[in-house]
Design a protein around this ligand. Structure first.
Ligand code: ADP
Ligand code: UVW
Ligand code: MG
Length: 373
């Protein structure tokens, strides 16, 4: 029997709501979608949420939330219980652009549709397989637990890996692949024998490669210097690293969107050109570092909104990976997931459309099936 799921994906600057149907053999199919371009708890997004829930509550079996930070408390997808909200409050400061929205939307759905069970699918769960050596930061032992690396975009990586297995006709557990999720938030991941073994984000979704508005890694000494001598408060530093950096900061506040930046760079805009160059450079560096965790590179997989629809960025990343044998000369955008390097070239470069809603639905259906009606 097919099961309907309403999925909720609060991003840093948007809210994605989807109704998905999952078949008995776990093939998900999209029924309806609503994406807002506003922060997930803005008036417009909350209105969209209420309407979407009302429209689908009688046909779905439950609500599945993407929980960006699962911390130690939520290592795998789970149903919400009585103490869930308290546990989530503790995780809020670790993913301040995401977890507070999940708490609010979870409570809202609980009040509006109390008959529906709700599930939390952590982005961090995919990285539970990362070994200790790639989990720890090189700091004094007394800080080890507090700085533990988690990694994010796991829902997207899990979907990309599933699609890679299907496209290459290979069992997932045999695959060693480099994956980049390039979007509002961006990260890279090493998947070895079908499991995550390293990723660029750590304790929070602020670290790693350059993002739309987040900085990624910055020399910790530079941050200390700014705090001591740069006349910035801790709050200003936090807000600027999360909201005014990345592509937006590099382009002098021109845009956080690669479509606008590529167009401006083509017209000769130096700041836009620099932003694209640094973005591609850091993503390629991140992927090259990830290769050190693999036995071989079976494929390079590009996903996320930018990975999916910005050919100039894909080319800029792959061209920089030529010392690893990664082919450039890729084909442009396509309507379906698939190989974009020329046939016969190895390792193949693949694009996979980010479909976090389909993965969320697949992960939550077994939980809803366990709930007695
Ligand atoms: N070429 C692009 N296509 C789509 N989004 C882009 C592009 N370049 C930059 N972006 C940024 O990525 C965001 C979309 O990615 P997504 O992961 O859905 O956002 P969110 O961070 O809200 O989850 C946009 O809001 C924009 O900031
Ligand atoms: C974890 C993260 O950065 O998510 P998003 O890309 O949706 O902002
Ligand atoms: Mg997103």
């Amino acid at each position: 029997m097919n099961t309907g799921v309403l999925t909720v994906n609060p991003g840093s600057n948007s809210l994605r709501l989807d109704a998905v149907e999952v078949t008995a053999d776990f093939s998900p199919r999209l029924l309806d979608s609503r994406h807002t371009g506003e922060p997930p708890t803005s008036g417009e997004s909350l209105r969209a949420f209420d309407e979407f829930l009302e429209r689908h509550r009688s046909v779905v079996r439950g609500v599945a939330h993407r929980l960006v930070h699962g911390g130690r408390r939520f290592p795998r997808p789970d149903l919400c219980g009585r103490d869930t909200v308290d546990a989530l409050h503790e995780l809020e400061p670790l993913a301040p652009q995401h977890v507070p929205s999940t708490v609010q939307l979870l409570q809202r759905a609980g009040h509006a549709a109390p008959e529906l069970p709700q599930a939390l699918c952590p982005d961090t769960a995919f990285h539970e397989t990362v070994p200790e050596a790639a989990r720890v930061e090189p700091v004094p032992e007394r800080w080890r637990e507090a700085t533990r690396r988690f990694g994010f975009h796991g829902i997207s990586y899990a979907w990309a890996l599933r699609r890679t297995g299907e496209l290459l006709r290979a069992p997932r557990e045999d695959l060693d692949v480099l994956v980049a999720h390039l979007g509002g938030g961006s990260s890279v991941c090493a998947v070895r024998a079908g499991a995550s073994v390293a990723t660029s984000m750590g304790l929070t979704p602020l670290g790693g490669i350059v993002m739309a508005r987040r900085s990624g890694n910055v020399d910790p000494g530079a941050l200390l210097w700014l705090l001591r001598h740069g006349q910035v408060s801790l709050d200003e530093l936090n807000d600027s690293l999360y909201g005014e950096s990345g592509l937006y900061g590099l382009s002098g506040g021109y845009s956080d969107d690669t479509r606008e930046l590529v167009a401006a760079a083509n017209r000769g805009g130096a700041a836009a050109g620099l932003a694209i160059e640094v973005f591609c450079g850091r993503a390629a560096e991140g992927l090259a570092a990830m290769a050190t965790h693999l036995r071989r590179v079976d494929a390079v997989v590009l996903t996320g909104e930018i990975g999916w629809n910005q050919p100039e960025v894909r080319e800029g990343v792959c061209e920089r990976l030529s010392p690893l044998g990664v082919p450039a000369g890729l084909s442009g955008n396509r309507a379906e997931d698939g190989v974009i390097s020329r046939s016969g070239e190895s390792p193949p470069v693949l694009v996979v459309e980010p479909r976090e809603e389909l993965q969320l639905a697949s992960e939550s259906v077994p939980l809803f099936d366990d709930v007695a009606r």
